[in-house]
Design a protein around this ligand. Structure first.
Ligand code: ING
Length: 309
């Protein structure tokens, strides 16, 4: 018995500041159609898919900033994607900058079923970078300036044939993100990322960007007995190179599909959700092996405190 979900990881190449949402959505519809030709059940789009990665700039004008946000989803510009998905009978996940009616700003992702209904929402919790303008940097990384910390935790939804969860970009570097969903029996985690190759505070890490990207997704998949689909927005955006390496990772920890370019590229894989079972029943049988009363420090303490106190 197997429960196959055919997944399309829709890696997006660069989106320049001048690119309209209409142009971007047209590219996404094209990839949705290609996914349909491969009989995909589900397409995963990157983080902040609709615009260039604007946290690379310091902005103060409220209107200039809010122009990068979506007030509704779907909107006039994104409706063609929802309509095409419904026509093709394909579910998808989509990352975008959310501006709520109450005026709150989040880095958000939605899970959309095969009839284009939004069945899940996640708001990014681990916001990397910095909150203030730091001109010494080659480019800014101001997610802490533009977004609030997400307030929806990490949910898992029974949709698209299995237990689906979402996280966004920097979340994938933190084991807690995977484990919160692992404790909800997640079978496939959908995530998008925008990862500059250069990390100004730690330039010696730059050469390891792709390795760290793989390492965290493979570890998260194996340690929680789940599929992980990580999808990049990549290439050179406004002079800033972002890594590709979109990957489909099995619960075994093995990468079974990977992008080769830094452009729009669809990676397709047939993912058997029942591959998760042997890990959840043995090595990572949480109920049998975990000792939560020994883990209190993880929840009660934020920063590290050494033995010298
Ligand atoms: N981007 C990066 C990421 O976590 C980053 C930020 C880059 C962190 C390099 C560490 C090293 O992939 C986003 N958008 O979170």
């Amino acid at each position: 018995m197997s429960r196959i979900v055919t997944v399309g990881a829709a890696q997006m190449g660069p989106i320049q500041r001048a690119h309209s949402r209409r142009e971007v959505v047209a590219r996404m519809v094209e990839m949705m159609r290609e996914a349909a030709s491969h009989r995909c059940d589900l397409v995963v789009f990157p983080e902040l898919t609709l615009t260039t990665f604007f946290p690379r700039w310091w902005m103060e004008d409220r209107n200039e900033i809010d122009a990068f946000f979506e007030r509704e989803m779907p909107s006039n510009e994104t409706a063609p994607l929802f309509n095409e998905a419904a026509r093709l009978g394909i579910g998808f996940s989509l990352g975008y900058a959310e501006l709520t009616p109450e005026g709150r700003h989040f880095n958000t992702a939605v899970l959309v079923d095969k009839s284009a209904r939004i069945v899940g929402k996640y708001r990014k919790i681990h916001l990397p970078g910095h909150a203030g303008h730091e001109p010494w940097r080659a480019f800014q990384h101001l997610e802490k300036h533009y977004f609030e910390v997400g307030d929806l935790s990490w949910g898992v939804w029974n949709a698209l044939g299995g237990h689906m969860g979402m996280m966004i970009c920097n979340d994938r570097r933190w084991p807690e993100s995977y484990r919160v969903m692992g404790l909800q029996s997640v079978e496939m985690i959908l995530l998008g990322y925008n990862t500059p190759r250069h990390n100004p505070p730690a330039p010696d890490h730059d050469r390891l960007s792709e390795f760290h990207n793989q390492l965290v997704m493979q570890a998260g998949a194996y340690q929680n007995g789940t599929w992980v689909v990580g999808v990049a927005k990549c290439g050179v955006e406004e002079g800033c190179e972002m890594i590709g390496g979109s990957s489909i990772v099995a619960p075994t920890g093995e990468v079974i599909g990977q992008a080769l370019t830094q452009d729009d590229e669809l990676i397709v894989a047939r993912c058997d959700l029942d591959l998760t079972k042997s890990y959840k029943a043995s090595t990572f049988n949480f109920d049998m092996h975990r000792q939560p009363d020994q883990y209190r420090r993880i929840v009660e303490q934020r920063g590290a405190v050494g033995p010298e106190g």
